[in-house]
Design a protein around this ligand. Structure first.
Ligand code: SF4
Length: 278
């Protein structure tokens, strides 16, 4: 397992593929991303590899909470982007202490994947802290917003009521906000001051401490980019494909270059902000 560097901005991996769900219900709901993560989680659950999935679910406007999904319906209800970092440990502890859960998958951000990896590698508190964790999926991340300040900006400058926001997604240099059956685009440059301070010194875009990293490519809407980091991930994707859960194709060089460029940009940003702190 390695950290990121400008030479290797995505860390170590075995393969990078484009994938999308075959199930129409998942595809309809995850139209922009292809729904491959949702399909893979569903496959793991229905195949019996895991009996629960710890995942963030939007509950109200921009608010989200961590839930333990134990069925296809619960996984589908949680699908979609969230824009805040949620405290992981409470739900994780709950999942680990739940006798009915023998094996779990987790979906999180790169910093959360790193936390889990550290707990696994250097257990500080409970020796069996992560023994139930079967699989970690990390979502690409450029940063999350300081929620209160971001909500104030949306309210005061754009007149948006947070409770009426149905989705937030990243598009090239804009954040697209789906609001009350319309869309609002806000330039990323304007949002930089609202990114959490800790995110500005974070250098991991893809989540190197995961089994699979997942995110979007601007050139391939409707597909999920999957970075397969270990043989278990390759096996899982092949099995999900063979069982009709996902379609998979090799990622072209332009996809890899695109995500490497974003990952390098994050490393450069982190280095710049780190130097300001020193
Ligand atoms: S930028 Fe880094 S620290 Fe911030 S939410 Fe993303 S992974 Fe976590």
């Amino acid at each position: 397992m390695s950290f990121v560097s400008l030479d290797k901005p995505l860390g170590d991996y075995v393969d990078i593929v484009l994938a999308r769900a075959i199930d129409e219900t998942i595809r309809r709901q995850r139209i922009a991303s292809g729904g491959a993560v949702t399909a893979l989680l569903t496959f793991m659950l229905e195949r019996g590899y895991v009996d629960g999935v710890v995942v963030a679910k939007r509950v109200h406007g921009l608010q989200a909470e961590l839930v333990i999904a134990k069925s296809r319906r619960e996984i589908l209800e949680a699908a979609g982007n969230k824009w805040s970092v949620l405290p992981y440990t409470t739900r994780l502890r709950e999942a680990l202490h739940d006798e009915s859960l023998k094996s779990i998958a987790l979906v999180g951000l790169p910093c959360q994947a790193q936390f889990l990896w550290q707990m696994k590698t250097y257990p500080l508190l409970e020796t069996d802290f992560v023994s139930k964790i079967y699989f970690i999926v990390s979502l690409f991340c450029l940063g999350t917003f300081a929620t209160e300040a971001f909500i104030d900006l949306l309210k005061l400058k754009y007149g948006l009521k947070p409770e009426k926001i149905s989705a937030v997604s990243l598009e090239k240099n804009y954040i697209k906000i789906s609001y009350n059956k319309s869309e609002k685009r806000i330039p990323l440059a304007e949002l930089l001051p609202y990114i959490q301070t800790g995110c500005l010194t974070c250098s991991d875009y893809a989540g190197v401490f995961s089994d699979i990293s997942a995110g979007l490519s601007e050139n391939y809407p409707g597909y999920t980019v999957l970075i397969l980091r270990c043989e278990k991930a390759v096996k899982l994707v092949n099995e999900a494909k063979a069982n009709g859960y996902i379609e998979v194709e090799k990622a072209n060089l332009d996809v890899i270059e695109e995500i490497e460029t974003k990952a390098r940009g994050k490393i450069v940003r982190a280095t710049r902000y780190m130097s300001l702190l020193l």
